[in-house]
Design a binder for this molecule. Structure first.
Ligand code: CTP
Length: 438
């Protein structure tokens, strides 16, 4: 009996897939189809697969062409499978020609002509190309623009800025550039805002009132009530309003939260986060705005949003009259937290979550988390975790935004209550009388 194996994602199963499976089957007597797991897909850049693994398996099953279906979960698995199932022929479409020649050592490798004119990526694009406009004067927009290329169903088409210079040469795909925000809004389905925080409220409100979805860099506004009002408007108009903090979409950071919530380190007693940079990274956001929301994220996501009190101490730079270093101490019912943020002061950018059984240690720069440790009293028990960080989290953030728009319900990682708290804490910081200055 000749055994044939082939692999694919099989998202939105189309006739190109079916033809491939038919010809693969015709190469032998028994066809094994490896369907690629979501997580594994992510590492290959297909991060906006529409259907779940189960749905994709069901679709392959329904073709009636596979004698056996397996899941492809890790790199290098093909060699294991070929040995395990005693495969005679490995086959895939001609878009992969040459890339699997290394399997010749284990079985015959056949590249089959790919069906022209159809692909899952095109189907995904057709289904939902959301036109996104970028807003602001920050070089950070370049990163968002670059990352959008990994996301199916999203096209950055327009830019509203007063400072074209910071956007350097990353702008090739943008065909509409303006400094008139209304004109930008007329040209897009959604906006990504990275203007100064005091401009957010008006810009978000205008966008929502024009029926556009909004992804806005945190803090959403500088006033908790304004946040509430904007979320109300979004809800009444069936629009997505989402706060952007890229770390919330880093896989390692997400896993860390889950491990802590599942009791791995016992009861959490303290969360301590430090984020600093000497130069304002993109020279746009002064003082606490630069790092405040990111540092607050683990405090609020781990300990919750009902802290009893907090105390702010800021070091003020006499030349700029802005805070260059701020320390905030939080008191909860049974725990404490502290953040240290510096814009012009440098420190070790680590995150430590202390518990009654162990602590989590995330080395600097923790906001670009790809690695962390759970450390126990007996260091032989320590556990290390590594998860690939793709695009600093930005591309997963964009995927969440699009999926939310598509599903007409918020699927992001930052709850509304956390948005309110971030704005409340940052607005407290803006109130001179409440900060202790050094
Ligand atoms: N395939 C094919 N003809 C097509 C599309 C895919 O023969 N028009 C083959 C691929 O070469 C592969 C298998 O079908 O052997 C599964 O491909 P997959 O990557 O799941 O589908 P694509 O449509 O290529 O997906 P994408 O656009 O996301 O790359």
């Amino acid at each position: 009996m000749i055994k044939v194996i082939t692999y694919g994602t099989y998202d939105l199963l189309h006739h190109g897939h079916i033809k491939l499976l038919e010809r693969a089957k015709a190469l032998g007597d028994y066809l094994i189809v490896g369907v690629t797991a979501d997580d594994f897909d992510k590492t290959r850049g297909k991060i906006n697969v529409q259907q779940s693994l189960i749905e994709r398996i069901e679709a392959v099953k329904a073709t009636g062409l596979a004698d056996e279906i397996i899941i492809e979960e890790y790199e290098g698995q093909k060699i294991d499978d070929i040995k395990k199932y005693d495969v005679d022929i490995f086959t895939v479409g001609s878009d992969w020609t040459g890339q699997f020649d290394y399997l010749n050592e284990y079985c015959e490798v056949v590249y089959l002509e790919r069906t022209k004119g159809i692909s899952s990526s095109e189907l995904r694009e057709e289904k939902r190309a959301i036109h996104l406009g970028l807003v602001g004067n920050s070089a950070f927009l370049n990163k968002v623009n670059d990352e959008s290329e990994y996301v199916n169903g999203l096209q950055i088409t327009s830019l509203c800025t007063d400072n074209l210079e910071v956007m350097n040469d990353h702008l090739k795909n943008i065909d509409f550039i303006t400094n008139d925000y209304s004109k930008l809004l007329a040209n897009v389905d959604a906006v990504y805002i990275r203007s100064l925080p005091n401009e957010h409220y008006d810009q978000i409100k205008q966008a929502l009132n024009m029926g556009k979805h909004v992804l806005c860099e945190s803090p959403l506004t500088l006033d908790e009530q304004q946040n509430k009002e904007l979320f109300e408007i979004a809800k009444s108009k069936n629009l997505i309003l989402m706060e952007a903090i890229k770390t919330a979409y880093a896989t390692a950071y997400r896993r860390l939260l889950l491990l802590v919530k599942s009791g791995k380190i016992g009861d959490v007693i303290s969360v301590d986060a430090t984020c600093t940079s000497l130069q304002s990274r993109n020279n746009d956001w002064p003082g606490i705005y630069e790092w405040g929301p990111t540092a607050l994220l683990p405090v609020l996501q781990i300990l919750g949003t009902d802290c009893r009190e907090f105390k702010i101490i800021s070091h003020i730079n006499r030349e700029t009259n802005r805070d260059s270093f701020t320390k905030i101490d939080f008191l909860y019912d049974h725990s404490v937290a502290s953040i240290k943020v510096g814009d012009g002061v440098k420190s070790e950018g680590e995150l430590i979550v202390s518990g009654t059984k162990a602590y989590v240690y995330v080395p600097a720069p923790w906001w670009k988390t790809d690695y962390f440790e759970i450390r126990y009293e007996n260091q032989n028990d320590n556990k290390r975790y590594f998860y690939q960080l793709d695009g600093e989290g930005i591309r997963h953030e964009l995927v969440s935004f699009i999926k939310s728009i598509e599903n007409n319900r918020y699927l992001g990682n930052i709850d509304k209550q956390i948005s309110y708290n971030i704005s409340m804490i940052i607005s407290t910081h803006e109130n001179e009388s409440l900060i202790k200055k050094i």
